[in-house]
Write a protein that binds this ligand. Structure first.
Ligand code: SF4
Length: 238
């Protein structure tokens, strides 16, 4: 049997990814739209990076037709939820809310209370990872707004890569951008963003699991601050 150290899908996307390693995010998005058409989808938590990608999509032919969704855990900030309307008004992009099968009330009743403070991995699995798996089913590719410089795990992310966890291609147009690149784009293009970013929240997740950070702290240190947890499981390989 011929050695197949890397799955076929992976070898193909590795080759494409290397072509786009230094490309502008808009060029990567344009390629993804042409390559996958209506099969392309995007998940956004309405963080500043996601807002930048939505602004870029709005300026690319076919970009407004990409199915974009938010994992509405039931624990998000009101400011985050309000951005959905702002994005619709500004760019004409309708972001779909994808929810877990079980409401937060039913889940809390089942566990005898909220579990985000005791078992955040299980909470994220139920409210984020499972809904993401359902939302991605049938799609050949998804767009994420991760940057390599956010975490050690994300540092390994290709621009375009095979996402073996969810079984489709993952496109990360901002992989090579820094936080200052993102904010420069926001200011130049007057991209709407979550007002919590201006109140000490550089990274925004669910309300119970996000705290303010100081200027000297790492941008993701306010997420699950009482735990060693760094990811909700959407972008980690395990
Ligand atoms: S971020 Fe917190 S509240 Fe949100 S799903 Fe994960 S553990 Fe639950």
């Amino acid at each position: 049997m011929a050695p197949t150290a890397v799955p076929m899908e992976d070898r193909e996307v590795q080759s494409v990814s290397s072509r786009f390693e230094t490309a502008a995010p808009e060029a990567i998005l344009r390629w993804a739209i042409e390559e996958y058409g209506s099969g392309l989808t995007m998940a956004t938590a309405f963080g500043v990076e996601g807002c930048v990608l939505l602004a870029m999509l709005a300026g690319i032919p076919g970009g407004r037709d990409v199915r974009v969704f938010n994992l509405e855990t039931g624990y998000q900030f009101a400011e985050t939820l309000a951005l959905r309307e702002t994005i619709r008004e500004r760019y004409g992009i309708e972001v779909e809310f994808v929810r877990a099968r079980e409401s937060t009330a039913d889940m809390e009743a089942r566990f005898g209370g909220p579990i985000h403070g005791t078992d955040p991995d299980e909470c994220c699995r139920i409210r984020k990872v499972q809904p993401l798996r359902s939302a991605l089913a049938g799609h050949p590719a998804w767009i994420s707004a991760i940057r390599r410089d956010q975490t050690a795990d994300r540092a390994q992310s290709p621009v375009i890569g095979w996402d073996s966890k969810f079984g489709l291609v993952k496109v990360s147009p901002l992989a090579n951008w820094s936080r200052s690149d993102v904010w420069a784009y926001v200011h130049i293009n007057e991209v709407p963003y979550n007002p919590l970013h201006d109140r000490g929240f550089p990274s925004i997740g669910c309300m119970p699991c996000t705290r303010r950070v100081s200027d000297t702290e790492d941008e993701r240190s306010g997420r699950w601050a009482s735990f060693a947890k760094l990811e909700c499981g959407l972008h980690s390989r395990a």
